[in-house]
Design a protein around this ligand. Structure first.
Ligand code: ACO
Length: 402
């Protein structure tokens, strides 16, 4: 038996909390969630109001600086982001090293991390001015990298940013315009995607944000920290869930097959879960899922998609699950990922890009959390403890005597 306290010179209480279900890792003034009531606030403002009335860059300003911008502050912020949208031309060569069939998230992990090799001047985290330049660079360049990852995967030339467009319209154009052809951004789709970005912008200490904070606590440069966040987000239990949710809806295929999948989700011997259902914190309807559902209908209407079989399956699956004892008892409600896949697919994005879009939007949240941590005078390197369950001390035996 190992005496943990003696082993680590530990005095006082030692907690063991797998999955951090009840341990706060930090103090934060950015995002508030009440999971029982289904409330989400950014800097005190309800997500519903921001999504209805605001735009994504305004949300970025709010998350970074704590207040909504005045008109002059907003114009200045938008201009500064716009000035940083280009990536270094050498980045193109970097992209060309990847296989065309690489998952765009793999390309994002690498290319976001590589930004620190291109922008040496803004990796000095001790300088507030440089921290701000690095933050602006990341928010501005992530859409460009995301669009490049997409274009590369389909073998089309990269489209350079057009900075008289707003942030989201510019991104849509970089994804869907082709040289020598006119491309007009659809304002309804652009507004819908902007709203999706707002919904994903921050979500307090989730796995990827905690990863960014932990990486940043060692003093790692911000580009490397955000790359760590992108890597963590990729997992199917986190940002990969929207891709998994859409695949699941496609696998279910028709409404009559839903009961079979509900039964599988309830079967303890079957690893299958209803993707897009359940959340560590929300034990009520995810407020983002409600806005997302409305956005899905708006997008499908705009595109003239009257009968989408996937939407039919989603609506019926939600209806059945919300009345099922198992899901009621375990408080499993649709989360944001349940409807976002249908919407993004209708807009023309392949499933492999869904998590990339999530990463694009979450970048500002990661940066705001990283900045808050760096600027906290009590900040220390994150160093979780463990409960050692291995062998007690034993003596080395030379190989011919084993
Ligand atoms: N389908 C069926 N059963 C489920 C589901 C589900 N989607 N989610 C949880 N459960 C069950 C579990 O089997 C478990 O049952 P048990 O108590 O009988 O063992 C119970 O509900 C609690 O589940 P946990 O995994 O312990 O809950 P946790 O809080 O750790 O997990 C998570 C939350 C990962 C989101 C989980 O609900 C899940 O895997 N959902 C599907 C994936 C998904 O949609 N992820 C997106 C999360 S939101 C985001 O990242 C933006």
């Amino acid at each position: 038996v190992i005496d943990i306290a003696k082993l680590y010179g530990q005095t006082g209480m030692f907690t063991y909390d797998p999955g951090f279900t009840s341990t706060a890792s930090c103090e934060s003034a950015i995002t508030y969630i009440d999971g029982d009531e289904g409330v989400l606030l950014y800097r005190g403002f309800p997500i519903e109001q921001l999504a209805e009335h605001g735009d994504f860059l305004e949300t970025c300003y709010l998350l970074l600086f704590g207040e909504l911008p005045t008109a002059a502050q907003k114009a200045d912020f938008d201009y500064r982001i716009t000035r940083h949208t280009m990536v270094h031309e050498q980045m193109m060569r970097f992209f060309q090293g990847f296989r065309r069939d690489a998952h765009p998230m793999a390309v994002m992990v690498a290319s976001v991390g590589a930004l620190s090799a291109f922008y040496h001047d803004s990796i000095d985290i001790s300088d507030p001015q440089q921290r701000m330049v690095a933050s602006m660079r990341m928010i501005a360049k992530i859409p460009t990298l995301a669009a490049m990852a997409y274009k590369y995967s389909i073998g089309q030339p990269f489209i350079y940013p057009q900075n008289d467009l707003d942030y989201t319209a510019n991104f849509l154009r970089m994804c869907f315009a082709v040289p020598c052809e006119d491309y007009k951004v659809n304002p309804v789709l652009s507004r819908a995607l902007d709203r999706i970005f707002i919904l994903h912008a921050d979500h307090e200490q989730n796995a990827s944000t905690s990863t960014v904070r932990l990486a940043g606590s060692s003093g790692a440069n911000p580009f490397a920290c955000i790359a760590a966040g992108v890597a963590c987000l990729w997992g199917p239990a986190h940002g990969g869930a929207n891709e998994a949710a859409l695949k699941m809806l496609q696998e279910i295929g028709t409404v009559d097959r839903i009961p079979h999948f509900i039964a599988r989700a309830k079967d303890k011997n079957d690893p299958f879960r209803l993707m897009g259902f359940g959340h560590r914190v929300y034990k009520n309807y995810d407020p983002r899922a409600k806005i997302m559902q409305k956005t899905t209908h708006e997008v499908l209407n705009e595109l003239g998609i009257k009968d989408d079989p996937l939407l039919d399956v989603a609506i019926e699956l939600e209806r059945i699950a919300l009345h099922d004892e198992y899901f009621i008892e375990k408080k499993l409600y649709p989360n944001i990922d349940f409807y976002s896949g249908i919407t993004l697919k209708a807009m023309g994005f392949p499933t492999s890009m869904f998590t990339v879009l999530f990463a694009l939007a979450r970048t500002v949240g990661w940066i705001a959390q990283w900045k808050e941590m760096i600027e906290d005078p009590s900040q220390r390197i994150g160093r979780p403890r463990q409960l050692y369950t291995g062998s007690p001390r034993r003596e080395y035996v030379s190989v011919n005597q084993r």
